[in-house]
Design a protein around this ligand. Sequence first.
Ligand SMILES: Cc1cc2nc3c(=O)[nH]c(=O)nc-3n(C[C@H](O)[C@H](O)[C@H](O)COP(=O)(O)OP(=O)(O)OC[C@H]3O[C@@H](n4cnc5c(N)ncnc54)[C@H](O)[C@@H]3O)c2cc1C
Length: 413
Amino acid sequence: MKKESMSKIKRPARAVPVWGSWDVVVAGGGIAGVAAALAAARNGAKTCLVEKYAGLGGLATLGHIIVYLPLCDGRGRQVSFGIAEELLKAPIPYGAARPAGAWAAPAGATDEALRKERYELRYDPGPMVIALERILEEAGVEIAYDTLSVDVARAADGAITHLIVENKSGCGAFAAKAVVDCTGEADLCHGCGEATETSAKNVRSAWYYAVDAERKVSLGYAVDPFWEVDSRPELMRFDGTDWRSVSRQIIESRKLIVEDLAKRNASRSGEGHGPLHAFYAPCFHGFRMTRHLVSDYVMTPADLHRWHDDAVGVFSDWRKRGPVYSLPYRAILAVKTPNLAVAGRCLSSTGDTWDITRVIPVCAVSGEAAGTAAAMAAASGRPLRELPVADVQSALRRRGVRLDPALVAEAQA
Ligand SMILES: Cc1cc2nc3c(=O)[nH]c(=O)nc-3n(C[C@H](O)[C@H](O)[C@H](O)COP(=O)(O)OP(=O)(O)OC[C@H]3O[C@@H](n4cnc5c(N)ncnc54)[C@H](O)[C@@H]3O)c2cc1C
């Protein structure tokens, strides 16, 4: 989309009230933000999670992206643990089905049984929204819903001192010792002058619920062919980093729902269930990759099966069986802002690897790492990059995260 040149107006400087003070403030309550806030609170930090909508989960609930992709490598070996596994299981008590096959109760299952299916979960948004909120409440995280993070105040060394937010009470400041950017779009990083990379490859996409005359509900996938975007110039593309592009993606994706329903209804004619209509269209954008932090380390395909000494998480490739990656601590640290970490689909990862790191389980893995480190930075008063990485790794291991070079090595096919 063409960027317009803008005239500007000046707004008078004004004092804003400080509404509270926390060790760790997390901006954005998607899967990454929930994992970060949970990890920070469990590591002793007084934690606040700021979310602009009225529910947690972001794309993974409000956006109807309800397939929690695998925690295993597809060769019978689980590689992601800790909060990534906890969040996969979280909606089960509220009505979600259990994982398929042997992964429902992996203890005692044969290797062959575990290889057959991947350790993933399909859930409904309702149980997940409820579960995420309950988990954070139980951990003592303060949730600020309906609250938009709009700016930051910074100290002379570049550290964020306050998140400036807007909500029902007006405009105010949340004091923070450490901050995690889980906005999905690296909005905080961008606002702090960190280097970022954008992608204009996003297409129209909206996963929606449809219902037939018998009130049978089904999920519809109204998505333009993302993988063909380079070869099909006629496909609409959106970069998602300005308000017009975001609004256009949402509006055009709703039109795609109508097109998709027409196609589905044409193929169902005569089936006797009556036509489908949209039961619930997502009220969240459908962006895969918009903007990510460019940190000291940017993950690329060269990271395949590579163990990093500063690994703070391990994850697989949702698209194929076999590949495993370790997440370097450097990929979740801002460069110019000493107390800012990042997690989720906007961590420092590019190209094809960005398509692997953006998915739900990896958002949980990076969120847990970022929240743990943020709590430790807040407690010690040290910049995030000066924390001994062995201490961060020990804290993660104590909470059940497996950080083991053997996990990253390729398993036998
Ligand atoms: C079409 C499509 C299909 C996909 N399919 C799958 C799939 O099958 N399985 C899978 O695992 N992944 C899939 N993904 C990817 C996955 O859903 C997301 O990448 C992942 O859920 C992102 O989590 P996140 O927490 O990083 O970001 P988000 O889910 O985007 O969460 C960011 C949160 O921050 C909030 N926020 C943003 N800015 C602010 C602000 N300034 N102030 C306050 N709050 C703010 C948002 O409201 C949101 O809650 C798909 C994505 C798309 C688009």
